[in-house]
Design a protein around this ligand. Structure first.
Ligand code: SAH
Length: 260
C-alpha cells in the first residue's frame, strides 16, 4: 500500500513546454511545440515557439508581443489537478515560515486530497510522505507528482488516525476532518521538537483540536492563526484594495512535540 513512483515514466510531466507572458502579465502555457498557439491576442506560429529561448520576445500575427520563459515550479504548480479543496498559497506560506521547513526536513502530510500541500512542501523539504484513505484521490496525487516531476514524495493508502508507521518526522501537516484523532499516532511519528500543524475550515474543529493538544502531555500548544490576504489594485494613481477577494479558507493551529 505504498506508492513509490518509477521514473521517468510519464509524458504528462512534459506537457508544459514554455510559458508566454504579455506585457500586461497575461500568461499562456504552451503544451506542444508542434502546434500554433492561439490566444485572444492572435496566434504565434509553431516555428517561432520551437526556436524561442528563455528571454526571447515573440510577436503574434496581430502584433502583440509575448515574452517567453521555461516553466518553473510555481508555473506548473498553478496548473495541477484539483479535486478536493486545496490549501491556498497564503496558508502554505505560514506553515513553511512557522516550522522552518527546509532541505533537511522530513515531512508527513494527511490527507493528501489533490496533493497540493504535499507537493508544495516536497519542493522545499528533503522528503514528504502523504497519507490518503481514498483511492480516487491517490490517483490525482500521483498525476500531480508526475506532472511536477517530484521525486522525494511517497503516497500511503493509510488512515492517519491509526496507521502511521513513519518515524523521525520534523513536521506533520494535518488537513483532515477530525485532526484530534491523529494526536496519539502523530506523537509517535514526530521527533522531539517536531511541529504538528492542523488546518481546519471551521471553529469547532479548532476548539476540539487545540483542547486535545493542550491536554496531551506529548505536546505544547503554540498558536492558532488565520491569514487574511488582501490584494490591491494599482493603476497609475488609482491605488486601493480590490473590491472583491477576501474569502475564508481555514485556520492554522501549531503545536510542538516535547517528549520522547
Ligand atoms: N491538503 C490537501 C487537501 C486535503 S482534503 C491539498 O492541499 O490538496 C482532505 C483529505 O483527507 C481528503 O482527500 C480525505 O479523503 C482525506 N482523509 C480524511 N480522513 C482521513 C484519514 N483518517 N486518513 C487519511 N486521509 C484522510
Amino acid at each position: 500500500d505504498t506508492y513509490q513512483l518509477s521514473w521517468p515514466r510519464c509524458t504528462f510531466m512534459n506537457t508544459i513546454k514554455k510559458v508566454l507572458i504579455t506585457k500586461q502579465g497575461k500568461k499562456f502555457y504552451v503544451k506542444s511545440l508542434d502546434e500554433d498557439l492561439h490566444t485572444q491576442y492572435g496566434f504565434v506560429k509553431k516555428e517561432s515557439l520551437k526556436k524561442a529561448k528563455g528571454g526571447s520576445l515573440l510577436k503574434s500575427n496581430t502584433g502583440e508581443e509575448f515574452s517567453v520563459f521555461n516553466p518553473c515550479f510555481i508555473d506548473l504548480y498553478r496548473k495541477i489537478k484539483r479535486d478536493a479543496q486545496i490549501i491556498p498559497l497564503k496558508d502554505i506560506g505560514l506553515i513553511i515560515a512557522e516550522t522552518g521547513i527546509n532541505k533537511k526536513s522530513r515531512v508527513l502530510d494527511a490527507g493528501s486530497g489533490s496533493g497540493a500541500l504535499a507537493c508544495f512542501l516536497a519542493s522545499t523539504a528533503k522528503e514528504v510522505v502523504t497519507y490518503e484513505i481514498r483511492d480516487d484521490f491517490i490517483e490525482i496525487v500521483k498525476q500531480n507528482i508526475e506532472f511536477l516531476g517530484l521525486k522525494n514524495i511517497k503516497i500511503k493508502n493509510k488512515d492517519i488516525y491509526t496507521e502511521i508507521d513513519d518515524k523521525n518526522i520534523d513536521v506533520m501537516t494535518l488537513d483532515v476532518p477530525e485532526p484530534w484523532k491523529a494526536l496519539e499516532s502523530c506523537a509517535k511519528a514526530l521527533k522531539p521538537g517536531g511541529f504538528i500543524v492542523s488546518y481546519s475550515p471551521s471553529v469547532p474543529q479548532v476548539a476540539d483540536f487545540v483542547n486535545a493538544l493542550r491536554k496531551n502531555e506529548n505536546f505544547v500548544y503554540l498558536k492558532t492563526a488565520e491569514i487574511v490576504e488582501r490584494e490591491w489594485e494599482v493603476e497609475e494613481r488609482r491605488v486601493r484594495p480590490k473590491s472583491s477577494g477576501i474569502g475564508h479558507s481555514g485556520f492554522l493551529s501549531f503545536g510542538r512535540k516535547v517528549k520522547n
